[in-house]
Design a protein around this ligand. Structure first.
Ligand SMILES: Nc1c(NC[C@H](O)[C@H](O)[C@H](O)CO)[nH]c(=O)[nH]c1=O
Ligand SMILES: CC(=O)[C@@H](O)COP(=O)(O)O
Length: 162
């Protein structure tokens, strides 16, 4: 299992692009707010660490991870954004609802990116329990929000070349 051997947010092996030219939307789910708040902090920190201007980062809150799809679509209708980062935390409950949410959100966010031809980054934790989520929201396995921010910067820089 990858996470058992390393901090998943270690980007020391890559050259991260300059984020200062780009405008980012961050759509964040309110479900599991303690976790998603930590993901948001990681994402903002990751963007600003690589030069993104505070004025070029817009945060939009939605109720749950399923609504990240609509939130991403609404933000990318504003063509001024270079990328949208979608942050959420889906934790397995007693039923198969988890499976439907996770599959829908992954496919939905992917489709929104293709619809607007803009990077739509999947920064959604899909965990068996709260501890796994805490470990990936600033814990021993890093911060999925920061990972999503770095990915957004890299993809925005790649898109700029086309
Ligand atoms: N159980 C979780 C949810 N469920 C709510 C859905 O995301 C959605 O808001 C609802 O089905 C109405 O459309 N959302 C999470 O983000 N995390 C969960 O663990
Ligand atoms: C992912 C969910 O929606 C889930 O947390 C809801 O819990 P349950 O499956 O017990 O209804």
């Amino acid at each position: 299992m990858a996470s058992s051997i390393k901090n998943l947010s270690d980007f020391s092996h890559i050259q991260v692009a300059d984020a200062s030219p780009f405008k980012f939307a961050i759509v964040v789910a309110q479900w599991n707010a303690e976790i998603t708040g930590a993901l948001l902090n990681g994402a903002i920190s990751g963007l600003e660490k690589h030069g993104a201007k505070e004025s070029n980062i817009q945060v939009i809150e939605v109720p749950g991870s399923f609504e990240l799809i609509s939130g991403a679509d609404l933000t990318l209708r504003d063509h001024s954004f270079d990328a949208v980062i979608c942050l959420g935390c889906v934790i397995q409950g007693e039923t198969r609802h988890f499976d439907f949410i996770c599959n829908a959100v992954a496919n939905g966010i992917s489709n929104v990116g293709l619809k607007y031809n803009k990077p739509a980054i999947f920064g959604v934790l899909t965990t068996d329990n709260v501890q796994q989520a805490l470990d990936r929201a600033g814990g021993k396995h890093g911060n999925k929000g920061e990972e999503a921010a770095i990915t957004a910067i890299q993809m925005a820089a790649i898109a700029k070349k086309f």
